[in-house]
Design a protein around this ligand. Structure first.
Ligand code: GPW
Length: 833
């Protein structure tokens, strides 16, 4: 298959119909011919697969049209390289974006099948940890919706994010065998297979023209095979492609079966090379120093770049024009080795001279940074790189050398400065700083929220920002309203449609027209009715998952995100303890459900301990008759995209309480606010921009600012000194310490109390009094249902800035320099039904 620009006239397409009878026929046919089942004997999962196959045919058709148009129009393409894509379920999202959700439901109903019943059987595609992976999925969807020629590249992990079970209050991880029943959404492309080399050595050749060229020889080869996941834009527009690579052993292994007598050993070796794409590392915001991780990174980067170079060649563009025809975005430093790989391909395969190759590379790449936290910054030991990727190590040395020469020239004598800028960290046993490679190899570097970008320039990249001030830009994150509003919250969608029509779905800026309805009593009442229904839906799910009964008629206060010290789940937990004690003391307290959800990295003991303590506190609270129905504390297990779509629309209060300066942006904060939850949060990440958008009266801001946090740390105040800043704080921490809430984990509770009193690296105690005040303020507003609903509706109407479409347009205009190329709608309107 090549990227031909001229479609053969004999290959004209005749699109499948999208009306109910046509879909019904396709679903029944797929059940028999693809799934291989008699409809009379089909299980719900058989029907799920049948409908998925019927829809897949229609998506791939649109993909073919989209690809043809891109080839004809000579477009510049965008390649998004990400180790993670947190997609969730695909059936409903594809149906909605294809504009055939209702008609397919109808077709199924005609066949006697309930859509909801089969849809919930689909496994989430959880090829990501959290915000970073979900952002990648939103960006792909938006590129398709807006018609940008965007391609996603990543890894087809055999096992995605682990499944979290709670056993005896603790997190237990189970493997996520998401491909067990096959996957109707993927198209295997065995012909798209590229060799990827590891280890070996470099041989230098001195050419007659005086240049030296290098050959990377020997070592081990693994094959990367493509699997394509078509991604539909909203309302039957473009369909873009996400290409995920799976590792396959080379044919060499097959030969070895015969040559070496040891057949069993040969097959075992084959397995080993295929482990590269076996499992997603479940770490969020921490670097993983494992050789296998480095191999995963290089594996998918090398395959993707070979594919990009191949497409460029098939389109008959000269290699010198690569950066005019392509832009490559690095999602954090995980794919940063691409800078060296691109140089290798240009130098060794295409024989381009160094300076020209370097110009192309810099123009091609740009890099998004997602954190300032030192433990998340990837560095690889030079010795490991030299062994696994010897040619790349040589290229990195040369990149570094040329770069340091350049700055030496511009900033003579500043030796400390050069040392800090160097790609090689000489202080911690010689390591390659991947962020430095990414900055030096890119023409633009962006942070993901205004505060984050400004802190990047002041701290992590202060030196680079002196060298290249114009290289650093901000692109505030966003989320897709298709999934996070229209699909997740049909009740709210209908309410908005009934007031301002449905244009806002294509252009979220039009949501602003909804703002005046915040002061309309009938709209507020309708909004409360929608919230109540969403809470009933969540309460049913909570009951199913945990056995706990929760009331739908109280405040739902949610903190849903990865468990991390800096995100401060302990701050919320202390508040639960405060409410518990106050109710026990006979105080009148606003009834509420506090819901936590999130996974802890399996090797992050403190985070796992936090989950255990939350669950043990919850157990005491939920079973204490003194609570009546006034306080329930839920730990919702196995938080994933599909559960987020149920929790978010039911929330009243959104907890965004990270220590200021640590959350690069946050995106859950956006999803919750656009569904009418009020934020209680610190001045961190995108919270600041959310406050500016919704208005200070419609958000509860508290706590130390990022500057205050730094100053506070410098002062070195012992955490225990804050115990008297709030009338109850001491007794709350003592209750924890003394094991009041412990159920076998006494030691654990004492340890958490000690940690707060003696270490508290994220200033939970220092911020507690301010937090408790802000919670009380929220409670007061909630008691005025009209005032609360007004504020909630203003949140909805004023969140348009946080549409991922705005984010993607900023990347396209300021970084990629690409234009949208929308494909005209395919089937006639009559098909829409
Ligand atoms: F550490 N983020 C994430 F920067 O989800 F690499 N995983 C990660 O490994 C990293 C960042 C990394 C998140 C940020 O924590 C969050 O603030 C941000 O909204 C999100 O990335 C998307 O930019």
């Amino acid at each position: 298959m090549t990227e031909s620009t001229q479609p053969n006239p004999r290959h004209r397409l005749s699109p499948l119909t999208c009306d109910a009878p046509g879909l019904r026929q396709s679903i029944r046919d797929a059940l028999v011919r693809v799934v291989g089942k008699d409809p009379d004997l089909a299980t719900p999962r058989d029907w799920l697969h049948a409908v998925s196959f019927a829809i897949r045919e229609r998506i791939i058709e649109r993909r073919v049209v989209t690809r043809r148009q891109f080839a004809e129009e000579d477009v510049k393409r965008v390649y998004y390289l990400s180790m993670e894509y947190l997609i969730g379920r695909m059936l409903e999202a594809n149906l909605r974006n294809m504009g055939i959700f209702e008609v397919t439901q109808q077709a199924l109903q005609d066949l006697g099948v309930d859509f909801r019943e089969i849809a919930r059987l689909e496994e989430d595609a959880a090829l990501g940890n959290g915000g970073l992976g979900r952002l990648a999925a939103c960006i792909l969807e938006s590129m398709a919706t807006q018609g940008y020629p965007g391609y996603g590249y990543g890894i087809r992990y055999e096992y995605g994010m682990f499944q979290q079970h709670i056993e005896h209050f603790r997190q237990v991880e189970h493997p996520d065998n998401w491909l067990r029943y096959g996957n109707p959404w993927e198209f295997p492309r065995p012909e798209k297979t590229f060799p990827v080399r590891f280890y070996g050595y470099v041989v230098e050749h001195h050419r007659p023209d005086g240049e030296t060229s290098c050959n990377w020889e020997n070592g081990e080869e693994v094959l990367a095979m493509a699997y394509d996941y078509p991604t539909a834009g909203y309302e039957r527009r473009n369909v873009n492609n996400l290409r995920l690579w799976a590792a396959k052993a080379t044919r060499d292994f097959d030969l070895r079966y015969f040559n070496e007598g040891d057949y069993i050993r040969a097959v075992a070796d084959k397995n080993e090379s295929e482990t590269i794409s076996m499992v997603l590392y479940p770490n969020d915001a921490t670097a993983i120093g494992k050789e296998l991780r480095l191999k995963q990174e290089y594996f998918f980067v090398s395959a993707s770049l070979q594919d990009i170079f191949d497409r460029h060649r098939q389109l008959e563009y000269p290699i010198e024009e690569l950066a005019d025809k392509a832009a490559i975005q690095l999602n954090d430093t995980h794919p940063a080795i691409a800078v060296a790989e691109c140089m290798r391909l240009l130098l060794d395969e295409h024989r381009i001279p160094w300076d020209q190759a370097w110009t192309i590379t810099q123009n091609l790449f740009s890099y998004t940074n997602h954190t300032l936290m030192p433990e998340a910054l990837e560095t690889w030991p030079v010795a490991l790189m030299e062994r696994v990727l010897p040619r790349h190590m040589g290229i990195i040395y040369r990149i570094n050398h040329e770069f340091i020469e350049e700055v030496r020239h511009r900033f003579p004598g500043e030796h400390e400065f050069f040392r800090r800028l160097s790609i090689i960290d000489e202080e911690h046993g010689r390591r390659v700083r991947m962020a430095h490679l990414a900055v030096i190899g890119s023409h633009r570097v962006n942070g993901v929220a205004a505060l984050h970008t400004s802190l990047l320039k002041q701290t992590l990249f202060a030196d680079f920002s002196r060298v290249w001030p114009e290289r650093f830009v901000n692109v505030t994150n966003g989320v897709t309203p298709r999934l996070w509003m229209i699909q997740a919250n049909p009740g709210l969608t209908e309410l908005i449609d009934s007031r301002i029509g449905s244009d806002w779905k294509f252009d979220l800026d039009r949501l602003k027209q909804f703002a005046p309805y915040a002061s309309d009593e009938a709209t507020r009442e309708a909004f409360r009715a929608v919230k109540l229904r969403n809470k009933e839906r969540l309460a049913a799910l909570v009951h199913k998952r945990t056995g706990l009964a929760i009331r739908p008629d109280v405040m739902y206060d949610v903190q849903i995100k990865r468990i991390h010290e800096y995100k401060r789940q302990l701050l919320k937990l202390l508040h639960v303890i405060e409410l518990y004690q106050r109710i026990r003391d006979g105080e009148d307290v606003l009834p509420r459900v506090v819901l936590f959800a999130g996974k802890a990295a399996p090797g992050y003991q403190r985070a796992k301990d936090i989950i255990a303590v939350i669950n043990e506190v919850a157990d005491i609270v939920n079973h204490d008759p003194a609570m009546g129905d006034r306080l329930k504390c839920v730990f919702f297990p196995n938080y994933e995209v599909s559960s987020a779509t149920i929790i978010i629309p039911a929330a009243d209060l959104s907890e965004q309480i990270s220590t200021a300066g640590f959350e690069a942006s946050g995106t859950g904060n956006m999803k919750l606010a656009m569904n009418g939850a009020l934020t209680i949060g610190t001045l961190d990440g995108a919270n600041i921009e959310i406050r500016d958008a919704v208005g200070t009266e419609n958000i509860f801001i508290f706590g130390m600012t990022a500057d205050r946090v730094s100053a506070h740390r410098a002062q070195g105040i012992p955490p225990g000194a804050h115990l008297d800043s709030h009338p109850r704080l001491r007794s709350m921490v003592e209750a924890l310490r003394d094991g009041f809430f412990s159920n076998g984990g006494r030691h654990l509770h004492a340890e958490i109390a000690r940690y707060l009193l003696e270490e508290d690296p994220f200033f939970v105690l220092a911020d507690y009094a301010a937090y408790s005040d802000a919670c009380a303020q929220a409670d007061r507003l909630y008691q005025d249902a009209e005032a609360w609903s007004e504020a909630a509706l203003l949140n909805v109407a004023r969140m348009s800035h946080f549409s991922i479409d705005r984010t993607v347009r900023e990347y396209a205009e300021n970084i990629w320099n690409v234009l949208p190329e929308p494909v005209p709608p395919p089937c006639p309107e009559s098909n829409k039904n």
